[in-house]
Design a protein around this ligand. Structure first.
Ligand code: CTP
Length: 428
């Protein structure tokens, strides 16, 4: 699911929502809902039932969402491209709006004759439904029984509202307003996050996008010793690399973080290997392989003194001999070039002070990695050592995604979400 272009930074920012649209006259409001969710920073993937298509077109939904619309017909033809299991997993939440009486009955009984019902049966994501139907259908004991079952299953419900309805009737049955649905989604996600999980059924594990994967991350600067008290270093704080490692652990991965000297606490649930120099970092990275995903966020020193003195260099009243430097091994390039045991997805970072994208493209080619996270580290940006980051994701085919300025934690979370999508899309 591609990112929303919005730069909103509320609770839905960066969230991915699968919007299942049921049939009924209220389906037209789903278009407004797409717009509102995107305004709040969410990425929306629409899925239209056959009866929804009597009221709105897949094209209209796709145009507003900026995503392909899934429908039964299309997905039967292209099941190989994105299966219903992927649809059921590849989001942070599912919103069903409008949820018809028929759809509620299917959900409550586990009957899955179409794509929407199959996805809803196959998912462990949190689900929000916004029912909309004729007032008599809503008040019918069968619907009320289904409603109680769905609530007991952990489904969140918003609406229906009371008011004048299509068939000149009055009562509960109107679809909640799009802003109310968006508010309810925010509240549901906030509540789940507080409870420590996103499970749909009580007691089920949080769906972890990187469960079973080993993620290797390098972070921080390196220190290249001149003598026992002096070294060459750089301004990297390690914040971005540590944030990526923390986010990967939250996503269920086993994470090895190879870190240069930093003043940061170890991220929770991460195995941290501390190193000083570039050569130590390379050795620790090689020892940690194999990995499914390797992210090289460290600001590795390009050079080291040709010799490290065993004793402190004294002034002794004369000018010291000039420092001779030799090049350090390039860890990213070394791992990218491995024929055996190369991680399926190798991501580099590019710290640039000018021509950020051009240099990032050249760096991908030179280093042989799959993706580069490029950022502008010129002094004005305050990225080196700072709390925020503006990144550009540059792919090997030259494609670029530019994200708004975000906190490094948020960048870490979004990067992990994008890397999981790439990993899931790669064959094997
Ligand atoms: N990198 C590495 N080993 C090195 C140097 C860099 O693994 N010896 C990795 C960094 O972790 C980062 C990427 O290579 O993922 C690019 O780092 P950067 O400092 O931007 O690039 P350099 O190779 O140093 O290129 P230049 O200084 O010419 O911009």
């Amino acid at each position: 699911m591609s990112r929303s272009p919005s730069s909103a930074s509320g609770p839905l920012s960066g969230r991915r929502v699968l919007l299942v649209v049921g049939g009924g006259i209220a389906a037209y409001k789903a278009l407004d809902l797409i717009r509102r969710l995107r305004d709040r920073g969410a990425a929306v993937r629409p899925l239209l039932t056959e009866s929804a298509q009597e009221f709105i077109t897949p094209l209209a939904a796709a145009a507003l969402a900026g995503e392909r619309t899934h429908t039964d017909l299309f997905d039967r033809e292209s099941e190989a491209e994105i299966g219903h299991i992927r649809l059921a997993r590849d989001a942070d939440a599912i919103v069903v709006a409008p949820a018809t009486a028929n759809m509620m009955a299917r959900m409550a009984t586990g009957h899955a004759p179409d794509l929407a019902a199959t996805v809803l049966l196959a998912t462990t994501l949190p689900i929000l439904i916004a029912p909309a139907m004729n007032v008599r259908m809503w008040l019918h004991p069968a619907t009320q029984r289904n409603l109680a079952t769905l609530k007991a299953d952990g489904v969140t419900v918003v609406g229906p509202n009371e008011g004048a309805m299509a068939e000149a009737e009055f009562g509960p049955g109107r679809l909640a307003e799009p802003h109310e649905i968006a508010d309810a989604l925010e509240a549901m996600l906030a509540q789940r996050a507080q409870a420590g999980g996103f499970g749909f059924l009580a007691g089920r594990e949080t769906p972890k996008r990187l469960a079973g994967r080993h993620v290797l991350v390098t972070s921080g600067p390196t220190h290249e010793a001149i003598d026992p008290v002096r070294y060459l270093a750089n301004r990297s704080s390690g914040r971005q690399g540590h944030a990526v490692a923390a986010a990967a652990a939250e996503a269920g991965a086993r994470v090895t973080l190879v870190s240069g000297p930093v003043a940061l606490p170890d991220p929770a649930g991460v195995t941290v290997v501390r190193v000083e120099s570039a050569r130590e970092m390379l050795a620790a990275v090689e020892a940690a392989l194999p990995a499914d995903l390797a992210i090289f966020a460290a600001a590795v020193g390009d050079w080291r003194p040709a010799e490290t003195r065993g004793a402190k260099i004294k002034k002794d009243g004369h000018t010291p001999a000039p420092l001779t430097l030799v090049e350090n091994p390039d860890i990213l390039a070394t791992i990218s070039a491995r024929t055996e045991g190369r991680p399926p997805l190798v991501v580099g970072f590019a710290a640039e002070t000018d021509q950020v994208l051009d240099n990032a493209r050249k760096k991908i080619a030179r280093k042989g990695c799959d993706l580069i996270v490029a950022n502008d580290v010129s002094a004005e940006g305050g990225v080196m050592g700072g709390l925020d980051n503006t990144v550009h994701l540059v792919a090997r085919d030259g494609g670029v995604e530019t994200w708004p300025k975000l906190g490094k934690e948020e960048v870490g979370r979004r990067l992990v979400a994008r890397f999981s999508e790439w990993l899931a899309a790669r064959p094997g």
